[in-house]
Design a protein around this ligand. Structure first.
Ligand SMILES: Nc1ncnc2c1ncn2[C@@H]1O[C@H](COP(=O)(O)OP(=O)(O)OP(=O)(O)O)[C@@H](O)[C@H]1O
Ligand SMILES: [Mg+2]
Length: 391
């Protein structure tokens, strides 16, 4: 945690609150008018005031947790207290009207459902295994029956199609999206689950030329976010390009609810660069949900263990940025061979399969599925009906 000298601004809290989405209304608490302000004490403790539609809303615990985590990740904040109040019938009516107006005036820029957890897999340095981690995590989550979107944001150096053994061309269709044609993601069935992928690797050379006309990588990512008919998703994983550039800041702006998973190697040098990636995330008020150490030593067939890239970098980074270390993935030939063959090692047992299964567990823990049961749109209709009756 940063020292006393850090000045926490209300603006930083507001920025963090823009990352908290009401999964049902599909908008952030600031725009919905559910964020009522905050009080910041000299010791770094913050009280955040939030108005809820119903005190008994099952999403209440979820929203409280999200607020605590988002605001708590602002450097200098020592504790977060969420003060909730219940909206009056009039306020509820106003909220519904506002949500409806917003939906009409500003159709959401992306088709990513409000309940989808967005995780961007990032690193400071290139080549540390972001794409390998992303495809194996996607495969592992899908193997548990989940629907996982995978956006390959590495426009210039895409590798996801090869790693998942997928080929083909993205096509636009009007089927599920009314008048406007939308890009249909490529899909891969994994056991009871599904991965939906978009990548530059699925564009024809002509399409690619059109995408490159602007020659702005960020535009490519924006295009994928806005024009793709994602449909229902439990998770959206974003395989980030190396470095801490425009795409990182752009993603924070386009998808403030994204959370970061930072991949690093055990080397001290890599850890230092990774801190920069975490700082970047924070500047965009994104939460770092966890750290993943990759290439953590190699055990040969004779059982001898070699720490080829040093040791301890993941733990140090996690400690430094105050995020949990979710996994230490060893150097396993199965990971690189699986990547080359398009068969993620996560699906093939062995040591790699075990390590990735543990990573999936850890991710489900730090960024749990958003449960909407018991708080469906129908219930909101009921709220509206009740409000109408009172009015
Ligand atoms: N745990 C591992 N064991 C063995 N090989 C690995 C492991 N992780 C990654 N690799 C290999 O290391 C290389 C780099 O991995 P990958 O492409 O996933 O990194 P990246 O961070 O996405 O790179 P870039 O910054 O270029 O996007 C690949 O050849 C991959 O197969
Ligand atoms: Mg990559």
């Amino acid at each position: 945690m940063a020292g006393q000298s850090t000045i926490i601004s209300e603006e930083a809290v507001l920025g963090a609150m823009r990352g908290v989405i009401d999964p049902e209304l599909g908008d952030d608490l600031v725009d919905l008018g559910m964020y009522l302000g905050c009080e910041i004490a000299a010791d770094g403790s913050v009280t955040v005031k939030v108005a809820l539609t119903t005190a008994g809303c099952p999403l209440r615990a979820q929203l409280q947790r999200d607020v605590t985590e988002r605001v708590g990740s602002i450097p200098g904040i020592t504790s977060v207290h969420v003060l909730t109040s219940e909206m009056s019938a009039g306020q509820k009516k106003e909220l519904m009207a506002r949500a409806r107006r917003r939906a009409q005036d500003h159709p959401p820029a992306t088709e990513i459902p409000g309940r989808t957890r967005v995780l961007a897999i990032s690193s400071g340095k290139g080549g540390v295994g972001k794409s390998s981690v992303t495809v194996n995590l996607a495969a592992g989550l899908a193997a548990r029956g989940l629907t996982v979107g995978l956006l390959d944001a590495d426009i210039a150096g895409f590798s996801v199609p090869r790693m998942l053994g997928m080929e083909g061309r993205l096509e636009a269709s009007k089927a599920n999206s009314g008048d406007q044609a939308r890009i249909e993601p490529m899909t891969k069935v994994v056991g009871p689950g599904l991965i939906k992928v978009v990548s530059m690797g699925f564009l024809s050379p002509e399409d690619e030329a059109i995408m490159w006309r602007g020659l702005m990588l960020l535009r490519g990512v924006q295009h994928f976010l806005e024009e793709v008919a994602w449909g229902d998703l439990d998770y959206l994983l974003v395989d980030m390009p190396p470095g801490t550039g425009d795409v990182q800041m752009g993603l924070a702006r386009m998808l403030p609810r994204a959370e970061m998973l930072i991949v690093t190697t055990p080397a001290l040098a890599a850890q230092k660069v990774a801190v920069r990636a975490a700082d970047m995330a924070r500047k965009g008020y994104l939460r770092v949900a966890g750290v993943i150490e990759n290439m953590s030593g190699f055990t040969c067939d004779h059982g001898e263990h070699y720490e080829l890239f040093g040791a301890g970098g993941g733990e140090r980074l996690a400690h430094q940025i105050g995020a949990p270390l979710l996994a230490r993935i060893p150097i396993e030939p199965a990971v690189s061979i699986g990547g080359d063959r398009g068969e993620p090692a996560a699906l093939h047992g062995g040591e790699a399969g075990r390590v990735f299964a543990a990573l999936v567990d850890a991710v489900l823990e730090v960024a749990p599925l958003v449960e909407m049961q018991g708080c469906t749109a129908r219930m909101l209709d009921a709220v509206e009906a009740a409000v109408a009756k009172q009015a």
